[in-house]
Design a protein around this ligand. Sequence first.
Ligand code: C2E
Ligand code: MG
Ligand code: MG
Length: 742
Amino acid sequence: MPAPDAVLASERELRFARRVMFPVASAVVVMTLAVVGLILWTADQQDRLSLDSERKLAVGALTARVGNVARQTLDYAEWDEAYRSLHERFDAGWARINVGPALHHSFGLDFSFVIAPDGTTRYAMRDGDTVDRRVDDELGAGIAELIMASRAAPITDPPRAGLVRTGDGLAVAAVAGVRRQDDAFALDGADRTLLVLAVRLDDEVLSTIGERFLLRDLRVLPEPSASRASVPLVLADGEVAAVLAWTPDEPGRELLRRVLPVLAVAVSLLGAFVAVVLTHSRRAAAEIAESEARARHMALHDPLTGLPNRLLLGDRIEHALASLRRQGGRLALLYLDLDGFKAVNDVLGHAIGDQLLREVSGRLAGVLRETDTVARLGGDEFAVLQTGIADATAAETLARRILAALAEPFTADGAIIPAGVSIGIAVAPEDGTTHDLLARRADVALYKAKETGRATYCFFETALDATLSLRRELEHDLRHALGGNQLEVHYQPQIDLRTGEMVGVEALLRWRHPTRGLIPPAQFVPLAEETGQIREIGTWVLGRACHDAARWPGLRVSVNIAAAQFRDRSLPETVRAALAEAGLAAGRLELELTESALFKNPEEAATILGALRALGVTLAMDDFGTGYSSLAQLHRLPFDTLKIDQAFIARVGEDRSSAAIVRAVLGMTRGLGVRAVAEGIESAAQLAFVAYEGCDLAQGFYLGWPMPAAEIGELVQTQQATDRGAWPVAAMPLPRIRAAAG
Ligand code: C2E
Ligand code: MG
Ligand code: MG
């Protein structure tokens, strides 16, 4: 089978030939034929016209000749002396002198005869010699008719003239009655003496006529011939005796002889020109078609891996579903997401990431059947459309094969990269018969596979859908949360364990969803991080918190900064703007960062932290103890505050190690000169423990719930009015270490 590209190319050729080449070539041929035809027709027409006029000339020439002989005959017949010497009495001497050889020598007449009223020939001259011959011995057919006609007509009529036969050819003959000039005396026809003069139509005569009338090679021929033009020669008795023929002048043919070579050259030039134009336009058409094909390919394929893209996959799915509806059967849609791809990209760089994606697509293509489609949906997401399967086990088998193919680690640039994949599978028609539903359900299953633990596959189950639907819904609604004024900031008091005074508050974000009520940040902050909305929301929180804090003299406000916000280079500027806008002293703002935000790239983190600190704000390490931060790294970073995670505080009463950890951390903070905050204080015992262990600040439900700004405002006022802390710590004994130290 030829390659599909070759098939396409030859199809294109065919189409081009059909649409352009044949019409243009036929037009050129038809036009050429028309022009040649027209020229031939014109030439022929010209030849005909020329022949016509030559014929008229020939007939005219002959007629003139006949007229000539007739006139000469009349000259001699209408003559008083001739009447006396030939008719009244016949004088042979007079005849010889006056109508004899002299006529031949002077006027070229070949015959002359004097014929008595009884028809006998009285005198005869032939070729200049007086001969003893009768007229019908010399002139044959035709002369009898002329003589008869002459006798029948009145003597005053013009002579009778016409063609007659001689012994060896044709001659022009005229017959006239001999009479007196005065015309007073008319003779009866039977009594007339006749004078007959004739001239041969011999070559000499003919060539004279031909020269005069421009008829080439004029001849008398027994029959017409194809190569010569002719007019029939009719004798006086009506017999067609011969033809007068000549070589026709053919101006049309002459024209063709001159024009055709020029025309041939012009036609070949035109042909060459058309051929060049056609070749060029075919090449141009091919180029256009090629670039179209390229554009189509680009529109439907992923440029990095060359795999079909989402669009093409969608198209194939629609087709497969359509044939499913007609013919039954099953298909599976597998959604794939590489495990840990983001880490590869972040740590090893995009070049390696791209290489990994290409490698993965190669391996995927290797395990598929020809009828299956693997597509790259974007990022590290792939999808496989498996058609014509009997049941879900076929999809399961394929999923296993894919897992196995990707289980082998990849090597790139000498680095060994473990790459697994999670797969979600939806099967039609069980899980849906529309592209949309199948895609969503494969995605839900993929989500589950990722949750379950990576490098595994999951089939879609109805129960899964609800969880994911909620997530999707929130993701959607979150877009309108900020604009719709649904976000609020609550504040949780932070108490100085030495004085019992509220010295700070932590700003905690709340989403008042129109139908779902108050949604805690743990449910939507990660979503906002994933969708990228966290920067916008975070900026808003910063502004809000600075604005509120400006009304609470002496109170420090802590604002949580998400990892994505932290990586944003414009964060210092955002912070500076928020402070300036609210008119809040930088020293009263604290930014809380989690370890995960910091330790992806410690050097860069140190730079940003430096920039933030240069603004005058303080920095807090949030949820300390939950990540992997090493103390060694920690002391190199410029933190002012360390917040001990509430998980440790929650267990201090229950297990010894938690208490030991809290104690150790507090010892370290003292060593580093860093302020310590105990998070999640829910009981008096916890409070007492951390206070006793020398913690600086505490925060928790036991001391105060996160509350709206207005309530914090009231607390601030009360605190100022009473001039003492309202919190239970005030009644407690001062921490031992503090007491010892202070
Ligand atoms: P976090 O920064 O560690 O905040 C403390 C969380 O502990 C708050 O949860 C608070 O309500 C809760 N808490 C306070 N006292 C107690 C207690 O005695 N017992 C228990 N069990 N919990 C207590 P919340 O408000 O649900 O916030 C959860 C997390 O969401 C925060 O943890 C913080 O990481 C994040 N968050 C909150 N607001 C924002 C924000 O504006 N921006 C960013 N990026 N993250 C925020
Ligand atoms: Mg916090
Ligand atoms: Mg915390």
